[in-house]
Design a protein around this ligand. Structure first.
Ligand SMILES: C[S@@+](CC[C@H](N)C(=O)[O-])C[C@H]1O[C@@H](n2cnc3c(N)ncnc32)[C@H](O)[C@@H]1O
Length: 224
């Protein structure tokens, strides 16, 4: 920030303010509640699931741009996919990429229950080669990146080149629990996220903003 200007206003969250915020969005339905409960029973890995407010935001973004074609990298037990698919046009399609058959099987059951399974095509295996195999022209309306952090730059490039002008890409975990600004933090993942965030900033193909949602969500729009 320029030093002679006052700091812009922002509100730091604590648990009670976060609960208030989550409680003041359109309520989830039984499918989402049960998916969250089943994921929580997995134990430690459940932390990978996106936050409730993130799921609502994804659905709103997808439906706001009238998206028909979407891609997700990192599906886990399927909450973000459920949100994106629900925001798509009825004739829309979401291509999901994940390496885990076990976790995505949980998602498949809940997508069926939600009546949107026919909008989702799950492709199991490493995402990078699968993305490279997608059509080259700019056909994508929306993408969500939430998988292995070191490969974010690869996912980004494969997605942005396929994004139509005005299309959106959302990227999770860009604040890495605040470690992006802690110089003594030198882990592989935080270094990867720092490098990725700088790459997005330098990418003239998009305009972007980092949102303080959950663990940080970058939202980028492809320029015309
Ligand atoms: C943070 S979780 C995704 C959470 C999910 N978006 C949700 O809403 O619950 C990351 C996922 O990325 C997957 N993953 C990790 N490396 C991958 C790779 N190379 N290709 C595809 N998926 C990968 C993992 O199996 C895991 O399910």
């Amino acid at each position: 920030m320029p030093p002679d200007l006052p700091r812009p206003k922002y509100t730091a969250l604590d648990d009670s303010l976060y609960d208030y915020l989550v409680g003041h969005r359109s309520p989830d339905d039984a499918v989402v509640d049960e998916l969250r409960e089943e994921t929580a029973r997995l134990g430690g890995s459940a932390v990978m699931q996106i936050a409730p407010d993130q799921a609502t935001l994804l659905r709103i973004l997808v439906s706001a741009i009238g998206a028909r074609w979407a891609v997700e990298v990192g599906t886990f037990t399927g909450l973000s996919a459920l949100a994106i698919a629900r925001g798509l046009r009825p004739d829309g399609r979401l291509f999901c990429f994940d390496v885990s058959e076990e976790w995505t099987a949980i998602g498949r059951r809940h997508w069926e229950r939600a009546g949107i399974a026919d909008r989702i095509e799950l492709r199991l295996g490493p995402a990078a080669p699968a993305l490279r195999a997608l059509p080259e022209e700019p056909w994508l309306d929306f993408a969500f990146i939430d998988a292995d952090k070191k490969a974010y730059p690869v996912y980004w490039d494969e997605i942005v080149r396929r994004l139509r002008p005005g299309g959106l890409v959302a990227v999770d975990n860009v604040l890495w629990e605040g470690e992006v600004v802690q110089a003594d933090k030198r882990g592989e993942d935080v270094e990867a996220i720092r490098g990725f965030n700088d790459k997005v900033l330098a990418d003239a193909r998009v305009e972007s903003v980092m949102l303080a949602v959950a663990d940080g969500l970058t939202l980028a729009r492809k320029r015309a």
